[in-house]
Design a protein around this ligand. Structure first.
Ligand code: ZN
Length: 389
C-alpha cells in the first residue's frame, strides 16, 4: 500500500527511486512491485531494449485500470471531467448552473454530461472505477452527504451516491469543493508542501486546509468555513444571520453589488456602460474596467481584496501556512486583487507568520476542482483496492 501511495502522489517514477524513498531493500521492492503489477494496479514502462534483459525502470499506475470522473458543482457553475488513472484530463466540460434548483435538476445534467464525455473518450459506464464530487457546502465525508448547506438547502441530506448508483457501479466520494481544490494542489505539488491553505472566492468564500500533508476536515467536516468571519461589526447582514461576514462584503455578489451601485451613482462610465450592454455586472466585467483604468472598479477590487486579506491575516496567524493559494471565479478579476490581499495580510499578520509566506493564485486554476475530485476518486479507489489481497 505504501508503494502504491508513493506511486500515486509522485505521478509515477523509477523503481529504484521508489524503493529508496520508502527505505525498502531492492528485493523487497521488487517483490511488492511484482505483486501490484500482477493485481493490475501498477504498470511498468521504459524497457531499455539495447541492454538486453534489463528490468523495466519506470512505474506508474496502470492506465488500463479504467477512468475516474471528477465533478465540481459550484454555486453557479458545473464542471465534469473524465480523467486517466494518472489524472490527465481526457475530456472536460464547464457550464453555468444554479445549485439552488436542487439535486434533481443539477444531477440530471451531471448524468448527461458524464455520458457524453465518456463517449467522447470512447469509454462507457463500465470503465469508470471511481467518481469524485465536490459540492459548495459542508459535507459529512463518511456518509457523503451535505449537512445544512446554506447555499443549497434543497440538498440537505440528499444522497448523491444513491442517485449515481443507478448508472454506475463505481464508488462515489463526496467532499466540499474547497477541500478538493486543496487535494488537487497537494497532488500537483507531489506533497512537497505540507502546510498550506487554498481559498476559494466565488459566490461564497471557503478555505481548504492542508495540515501535515493531509486535508484537514475538522471534527464535523466544516473546517475552513472562513466566509462567516466578521470583518466589520457595522457591516451588512449576511444570509447566515450575522452582520459583516467577509462573504457578504467581499465575495462575487458583493463585488457585483458595489459595481452596480457605482454605475447607478454615476461614479463610473465604464461600469454604467457595462450594465447597459449586458444588463448585469460580474467580477470579470469589473476586472476589465479596472484594466482599462477605471478608478471606481479599482476601488471595488481594492476594497474586496483588503477585506479578504483582513480575514486571512487572522487565519495566517492562527495556522502559519507556508503558502496561501487563492482560486475561484473572482481570480479572473486580475492581479490588482491579489496585490490588495497580499498588502492587507502582510500589514496585519505577525512577522513570524509571514516571513516565508507566499500568497498566489492557484496554479491548477479553473481545472483545480475537477482534478481534485479526480484525485479523491482515484486515491480512495486505490485505498480500497490496494489493501485487498
Ligand atoms: Zn455570514
Amino acid at each position: 500500500m505504501q508503494l502504491l501511495e508513493t506511486t500515486f502522489w509522485s505521478a509515477g517514477g523509477s523503481r529504484h527511486g521508489m524503493a529508496e524513498r520508502l527505505g525498502f531493500s531492492k528485493s523487497k521492492a521488487n517483490a511488492l512491485i511484482a505483486g501490484l503489477v500482477a493485481q493490475g494496479l501498477l504498470a511498468e514502462s521504459g524497457l531499455q531494449r539495447s541492454s538486453g534483459g534489463r528490468r523495466p525502470e519506470n512505474l506508474q499506475l496502470n492506465g488500463s485500470l479504467g477512468v475516474v470522473v471528477g465533478i465540481d458543482i459550484g454555486a453557479t457553475s458545473l464542471d465534469v471531467a473524465v480523467l486517466s488513472p494518472d489524472l490527465a484530463v481526457l475530456a472536460h466540460r464547464a457550464e453555468a448552473a444554479d445549485v439552488k434548483r436542487g439535486p434533481g435538476v443539477v444531477l440530471a445534467r451531471v448524468r448527461v454530461l458524464m455520458r457524453e464525455l465518456l463517449a467522447q473518450c470512447g469509454r462507457s459506464a463500465r470503465d469508470v472505477i471511481g467518481i469524485g464530487i465536490g459540492v459548495p457546502g459542508p459535507v459529512n465525508f463518511e456518509i457523503g452527504q451535505l449537512v445544512n448547506p446554506p447555499l443549497m438547502p434543497a440538498w440537505d441530506g440528499f444522497s448523491i451516491r444513491d442517485y449515481l448508483r443507478e448508472d454506475y457501479a463505481a464508488p462515489v466520494f463526496v467532499d466540499n469543493d474547497v477541500n478538493l481544490m486543496a487535494l488537487g494542489e497537494l497532488w500537483r505539488l507531489q506533497r512537497s508542501l505540507t502546510n498550506f491553505l487554498v481559498i476559494k472566492d466565488g459566490t461564497g468564500i471557503g478555505c481548504g486546509i492542508v495540515c501535515h500533508g493531509v486535508v484537514y476536515r475538522g471534527a464535523a467536516g466544516s473546517a475552513g468555513d472562513v466566509g462567516h468571519i466578521c470583518v466589520d461589526q457595522e457591516g451588512p447582514r449576511c444570509h447566515c444571520g450575522n452582520v459583516g461576514c467577509v462573504e457578504v462584503m467581499a465575495a462575487g455578489p458583493a463585488i457585483t453589488r458595489m459595481a452596480v451601485e457605482a454605475a447607478e451613482a454615476g461614479d463610473s462610465d465604464a461600469l454604467a456602460e457595462c450594465l447597459r450592454t449586458h444588463g448585469h455586472i460580474d467580477a470579470q466585467h469589473v476586472g476589465e474596467a479596472s484594466r482599462a483604468g477605471d478608478a471606481a472598479a479599482n476601488d471595488i477590487i481594492q476594497r474586496a481584496g483588503s477585506l479578504i486579506g483582513q480575514m486571512l491575516a487572522s487565519v495566517v496567524n492562527f495556522f502559519n501556512p507556508s503558502h496561501v493559494f487563492i482560486g475561484g471565479g473572482i481570480t479572473r478579476i486580475g492581479p490588482l486583487f491579489l496585490a490588495a490581499v497580499r498588502q492587507s495580510v502582510y500589514q496585519r499578520s505577525l512577522a513570524l507568520s509571514t516571513r516565508h509566506l507566499e500568497i498566489q493564485y492557484t496554479p491548477l486554476g479553473a481545472q483545480g476542482g475537477v482534478i481534485g475530485a479526480g484525485v479523491l476518486a482515484m486515491h480512495e479507489t486505490l485505498k480500497a483496492r490496494g489493501v485487498a489481497p
